[in-house]
Design a protein around this ligand. Structure first.
Ligand SMILES: Cc1cc2nc3c(=O)[nH]c(=O)nc-3n(C[C@H](O)[C@H](O)[C@H](O)COP(=O)(O)OP(=O)(O)OC[C@H]3O[C@@H](n4cnc5c(N)ncnc54)[C@H](O)[C@@H]3O)c2cc1C
Length: 490
């Protein structure tokens, strides 16, 4: 494979030529030729059989719409915390089918999409948010153990790795702030970073021993679904909620072949939830994020990486990659492009994006030249529910009978359980530290309506690409958005 030799890592940003499929390096094309267009995590021989759809009318105390992590945790925790509640969950496809079964499996303690974003938006509350986030991550681990969920939960921290000198700026300050918040973090120089994970690209970085666990997200979703069923939750798959309306003192959730009458509803449907509750649509946009999975590495290849403690990692550009090992020693490599399709419609055909896959593959081999010749077995995309403050927001509708959460912006694997707790507090009128948080009681700035929305997002994406090319320098557009507390991320 011909990898530019100027500096290996600069090749990562010489990628525009890949938008012309004819220009794809033949070796990159070969590496992708066998990749199945679906999530590796869900493409498992022991995937559970779908549950029957809802037919007819049922009643419940609590109806949960959506069988991703938010909905599954909400249903399970409802039964744990309020055992008298009769709970029904409806899922349009199968549990974990959307973002929850397609992600990188980084289960972060952060409730604020990282410490930097937390310091910027909730400086006074951050120590409390970090404490609640650490407790949430601990309780996820405890639940995984208690329910016997075989999802390879590994609370081993994470690496943040600089690929260009400008990305080293601020690492010392972040380490100081993180330590003050209780993290165990070490600043790495180039040699230290390369000793953690073998790539000629690293210029330095941060090694966190705290704050993150790796999970197999598909198996976590399936395990939670099993736990819900065992706890008495009635779960209906292939059951899309088509409307949500007040009826008497409760709500009616209409579905394709039936309906649920429930006193309270938790809406945990991600971006599509906007079709059931219009106000939600103003705050979230669907951003597609793409992922590659390699075949299992040989012992020699694994050795060549020297991946200490198998810590999940990401690099530090504005457009960043995340990468990790799996239980069977594959490498997951995702991120970089964060694609908004103008108009914001979610289409199944967007699951594959050859130009992005080729770009990701080229960047992968530039980062790990020792893995030349490795093939990818899976290549897929999924929808991130991006909001302008990058972390979940919460709300109530229909006179307090419906609670919703969305907007995790690419860091919802862990935060979704915290959000589920908030949604239960709210629907069950339970006072807690959580429901008094500014994070819970404030909203992000809304996105403008289409077609302005597309124009603003594409202009922002272009500025972000430029910033990475200009040593991180942000142009007037990004600086203006920064001042307004607005942003676009994945
Ligand atoms: C490629 C990718 C990589 C990511 N990597 C990470 C990561 O490493 N770490 C991290 O923390 N986060 C990551 N994320 C984000 C994370 O996956 C999400 O924040 C999290 O899974 C959100 O869970 P959810 O339950 O809110 O939403 P979803 O998982 O989207 O679940 C919503 C569910 O609602 C269902 N639904 C929608 N409409 C209806 C309806 N009308 N009726 C019934 N059901 C409906 C959907 O079918 C879906 O199953 C990533 C996301 C993607 C796409």
């Amino acid at each position: 494979m011909s990898i530019p030799t100027v500096t290996v890592c600069e090749s990562r940003i010489m990628i525009t030529r890949l938008l012309d499929p004819a220009a794809v390096d033949p070796a990159v094309a070969r590496s992708l030729a066998g990749a199945a267009p679906r999530s590796f995590w869900l493409d498992q021989p022991d995937a559970p059989e779908p549950l029957p759809a809802l037919a007819g009318e049922v009643t419940a105390d609590l109806a949960v719409i959506g069988g991703g992590f938010t909905g599954l945790w909400a249903a399970l925790l409802a039964r744990e915390r309020f055992p008298d509640l009769d709970v029904v969950l409806v899922e349009a496809q199968t549990a974990g089918w959307a973002a929850s079964g397609r992600n990188g499996g980084f289960c972060s303690a952060s409730l604020t999409h990282g410490i930097g974003n937390g310091l910027e938006r909730f400086p006074d509350e951050l120590p409390l948010l970090e404490r609640l986030g650490a407790q949430n991550l601990r309780e996820i681990g405890e639940a995984v153990a208690r329910y016997g969920i075989d999802c390879d939960f590994q609370p081993n921290g994470e690496l943040a790795l600089a690929t260009a000198p400008w990305q080293l700026d601020g690492l010392d300050e972040e380490a100081v702030a993180a330590r003050a918040l209780g993290h165990d973090v070490e600043v790495l120089d180039a040699a230290g970073a390369r000793a953690e994970l073998g790539s000629p690209c690293w210029q330095g970085g941060l090694k966190y021993a705290t704050g993150n666990a790796l999970v197999e997200p598909g198996r976590l979703a399936w395990g939670l679904r099993r736990a819900c069923l065992d706890a008495g939750v009635r779960v209906y798959e292939h059951t899309r909620a088509t409307s949500l309306s007040a009826e008497g003192a409760g709500m009616r959730v209409r579905t394709s072949y039936g309906s649920v009458r429930a006193a309270k509803v938790i809406l945990a449907a991600g971006v599509p939830g906007g079709s059931l509750l219009r106000r939600l649509g103003a705050y979230v946009v669907p951003v597609w994020d793409y992922v590659l999975m390699t075949e299992p590495l040989s012992a020699a290849q694994l050795d060549s990486l020297g991946w200490r403690d198998r810590r999940g990692a990401s690099d530090l550009g504005n457009q960043f990659h995340y990468f990790r090992l799996t239980r069977d020693s594959r490498v997951l490599w995702g991120g970089y492009d964060a694609v908004y399709y103008n108009g914001g419609r979610i289409r199944e055909e967007h699951v594959t994006r050859p130009a992005t896959f080729a770009k990701l593959a080229e960047q992968f081999f530039a980062t790990f030249p020792q893995l030349e010749g490795t093939g990818f077995t899976h290549a897929w995309g999924g929808v991130i529910d991006t909001c302008s403050r990058f972390c979940a927001f919460f709300g109530m509708a229909h006179a307090g009978r419906v609670a919703y959460a969305a907007g995790y912006t690419g860091l919802g694997v862990g935060a979704s359980r915290f959000a589920a707790q908030v949604l239960l507090d709210k629907t069950q009128n339970h006072d807690s530290e959580r429901v008094r948080l500014a994070l819970v009681n404030s909203k992000p700035l809304p996105f403008p309506p289409e077609p302005l929305r597309s124009a603003v997002i594409q202009a922002t994406r272009a500025s972000i690409v430029r910033a990475d090319r200009r040593e991180g320098r942000r142009d007037l557009w990004l600086r203006t958005l920064d001042r307004l507390g607005l942003g676009f991320d994945s």
